[in-house]
Write a protein of this length. Structure first.
Length: 255
């Protein structure tokens, strides 16, 4: 996930993203592959039995030769070409290829990759007070924290789309100035002098995206000289000394 974006993207809060990367142990991989190899033996046996007992001896000979060829497809093609020359021997050729498909099959390992999940509430949006935040509803409503639900509001809160200007990347981390690329406040930059994040007319501080595996930490400037991006009262804030928020991104499909 750690790569410098060339196109526009939106940012969303992903507080439930796991901190630790899930991996499959070497012992678990070995067990999965062992079970797969056992299953391959049975699959070849099923192919043989499906052809009937009358041809069993020859089928087992073909299966053995195919297995000896292993993943070398050229060796298999040569074996088939020199062994089954007649057009009437197509069933034998088909059987050899079927066994080959079993031989080259690989065990399916668990996919432990975390998949971020964005919602309307978690998406960073423009607020009616001029700042940026989450838990901001679509047009005509706002989120009432006391009621815990969206209520009627006369304003329109659109999602924030940004692009990187003067970007850089190193070891999966990257950053640059964040310029608004959507119609609302287009061309302005995202920054904060007092902590609260808002659109500003000119670039001030670059922002760094630190790749944490399942999510990003976003910092004004960097970890050494800046502040992490957090959420306070629904508003985005760069807060010195705070625990960084967990953020993820969604790339645009229109630029």
């Amino acid at each position: 996930m750690g790569y410098l974006r060339k196109n526009s993207f939106l940012i969303f809060l992903d507080s439930d993203a796991p901190t630790e990367l899930q991996t499959t142990s070497l012992d678990e991989i070995a067990e999965i592959e062992s079970q797969h190899n056992q299953a391959k033996v049975q699959r070849v046996e099923d192919l043989i039995k499906a052809r009937g007992q009358a041809d069993e001896e020859r089928l087992r000979e073909i299966a053995q030769n195919v297995q000896e060829a292993g993943t070398d497809e050229n060796a298999l093609k040569e074996y088939i070409r020199t062994t089954f020359r007649s057009t009437s021997e197509k069933p034998w050729r088909d059987f050899a290829w079927a066994v080959h498909e079993v031989v080259i099959s690989k065990a399916t390992l668990p996919n432990n990759q975390y998949v971020p999940w964005r919602t309307s509430e978690s998406t960073v949006r423009f607020r009616s007070d001029g700042y940026l935040g989450v838990n901001v509803a679509l047009a005509g409503t706002r989120f009432d924290s006391e009621q815990g639900q969206f209520v009627a509001d006369g304003s329109t809160q659109t999602s924030l789309w940004v692009k990187v200007v003067e970007g850089w990347a190193k070891d999966g981390d990257w950053g640059g100035y964040l310029q608004i690329s959507c119609r609302t406040q287009k061309g302005k930059y995202i920054d904060s002098s007092n902590g609260w994040v808002t659109p500003v007319s000119s670039r001030q501080d670059k922002v760094t995206f630190y790749d944490m595996g399942n999510y990003y930490e976003i910092w004004q400037k960097d970890r050494e000289s800046g502040r992490p991006l957090t959420v306070e009262g629904g508003c985005l804030r760069f807060t010195a000394g705070a625990t960084p928020g967990k953020w993820n991104l969604q790339d645009s499909t229109w630029d």
